[in-house]
Write a protein that binds this ligand. Structure first.
Ligand code: KIV
Ligand code: ZN
Length: 507
């Protein structure tokens, strides 16, 4: 198979199974486009048979994202497989990904199936998939807890039916690195025909070993790694794409393999996905965390000043971490903004540029220097924009430790401006209640988080909220994520709330 490892990104499928993540179609498309720019070889766009939302996402991404392979997951069921094939029908490079559990535990307790029945089911599933799609991948779920001899028979059966990729999973993140490495090596010996197919791995991070287990598999011949941006995924997540990629790049001497990811786009991709999923990145996260390239101790700082190699095994610029410099200021124009955005990996249409420029000017009026980090926050927040049914005009607050917090909020809606006041447990709560009065909807705040985008007193504060808005006519309530960024955190909080309500009502 050579030295090239395919990066199979499953942020939109396994990553979307992260508790609390619920992406709409526009967000999924934006993520898929970014993954294409990043250079992902395969994008698992969803599980078409699981819901209409997933079906539509696979269909739309297939239509619009033309360079990578677009993949849909499917159980070994005719209905799932046919639905996946239908969703993928417009793709330039479609792949059908069929899976069946292989461990005794899953077969007995979940599928109520014998091993012989599982062999037949997997073979039939792949046969049907192959009749609908050239490129078929088979995953044995819970492979790391399966009997290797049975696993080998299962993989042989699907290879005989035309699967061109076989995926070895550590579904529950149970395997040690030694065990997983042994399993991969054993399967290379036990499976007849394995040389004709690509071997893939899919590891979960329950014990913090997802990346280690994936990389050790590459060392022993795996040539596809399934991973997610920022390590999103079911429970403790999947192997983090950025760590896999930088592991391969930094220790090419050891793993003996390379991938096609444009590492300079890792940082922006990570931020964009964090923004859209509402999942914050811990500061100590390898490669893309805020501390990943910071040196705190005097000894380290001194060493780095002499020679960066003393304490740095990768360069921040190679993963696209923005420098702390301020490329733009109050007087910068649209061209400068477009150029800086392009340098950071954002391709702006004319309409995008108009919105971004308006926001940039508002920010530059309040903040002397607009740094690269500010720009990334501003530009990635833009993808959370929704048509503004409600637009915040202004607000006033009375708050203090001896006052009942009171907020007056003025909002533009359908050609008129509405003002309402409310009291609350705190100033933000009061403002949110005033917004609810204006929209005449009951919105429940599910989560609220705030972070400073940059350091200093004029730092841009970015607020992320998740709300559930009651719908009219007995329809189910709608959930949405909202973002707001401003140098004033109360303003950022109200903007985030109004943004979430707009998105919920429009979705
Ligand atoms: O974790 C797992 O086993 C999976 C498969 C469906 C590939 O996500
Ligand atoms: Zn998984």
């Amino acid at each position: 198979m050579g030295d090239r490892v395919l990066i199979f990104d499953t942020t939109l499928r396994d990553g979307e199974q992260t508790p609390g993540v619920n992406l709409n179609l526009t967000e999924k498309l934006e993520i898929a486009r970014q993954l294409e720019r990043l250079g992902a070889d395969v994008i698992e766009a969803g599980f078409a048979g699981a819901s209409l939302g997933d079906f539509e996402a696979v269909e739309a991404i297939s239509r619009e994202v033309r360079t990578p392979v677009i993949c849909s997951l499917a159980r070994c069921l005719a209905s799932d497989i046919e639905r996946a094939a239908q969703a993928l029908s417009g793709a330039a490079h479609p792949r059908l990904h069929v899976f069946l559990a292989s461990s005794a535990l899953h077969l007995e307790k979940k599928l109520h199936m014998t091993q012989t029945e599982a062999l037949d089911k997997a073979a039939a599933g792949v046969r049907l998939a192959r009749s609908l799609c050239e490129d078929v991948q088979f995953s044995a779920e819970d492979a790391s807890r399966s009997d290797p001899a049975f696993l080998a028979r299962l993989y042989e059966a699907v290879i005989a039916e035309g699967a061109s990729t076989i995926n070895i999973t550590d579904t529950v993140g149970y395997a040690t690195a030694n065990e997983f490495s042994r399993l991969v090596q054993d399967l290379f010996k036990l499976v007849n025909g394995i040389g004709r197919v690509r071997v893939s791995v899919h590891c979960h991070n329950d014990l913090g070993l997802a990346v280690a287990n994936s990389l050790v598999a590459v060392r022993h011949g795996a040539r596809q790694v399934e991973c997610t941006m920022n390590g999103l995924g079911e429970r403790a997540g999947n192997a983090a794409l950025e760590e896999i990629v930088m592991g391969l790049n930094t220790r090419r001497d050891y793993y003996g393999a390379e991938c096609g990811i444009n590492t300079k786009r890792l940082y922006v991709s990570s931020r964009l996905i964090s923004t859209l999923t509402g999942q914050e990145i811990p500061p100590n996260k390898p490669v893309i965390g805020a501390n990943a390239f910071m040196h705190q101790s005097g000894i380290h700082q001194h060493g780095v000043a002499q020679d960066r190699a003393t304490y740095e095994i990768m360069r921040a610029e190679d993963v696209g971490v923005p420098a702390g410099n301020a490329p733009l200021g109050k007087l910068s124009g649209r061209h400068a903004l477009r150029d800086q955005a392009a340098r950071l990996g954002f391709t702006l249409t004319d309409a995008d540029l108009n919105t971004a420029f308006k926001r940039f000017k508002e920010l530059a009026d309040r903040k002397k220097d607009v740094t690269e980090r500010d720009l990334i926050a501003l530009l990635s927040g833009q993808w959370v924009d929704a048509p503004e049914l409600y637009h915040l005009e202004s607000y006033q607050l009375f708050a203090g430790n001896t006052l009942t917090p009171t907020a007056t909020v003025k909002i533009k809606h359908g050609g008129s401006t509405v003002t309402e006041a409310a009291v609350g447990d705190g100033p933000i709560d009061a403002a949110y209640r005033a917004v609810d009065r204006i929209t005449a909807r009951e919105a429940r705040l599910e989560s609220y988080s705030i972070r400073a985008v940059t350091e200093g007193q004029d730092a841009l504060g970015e607020v992320t909220v998740r709300v559930t808005v009651a719908d009219e006519d007995g329809k189910p309530p709608r959930r949405a994520l909202g973002k707001g960024a401003a140098t004033d955190i109360i303003e950022a909080s109200i903007l985030a709330y109004v943004n979430a309500v707009n998105r919920a009502l429009i979705s």
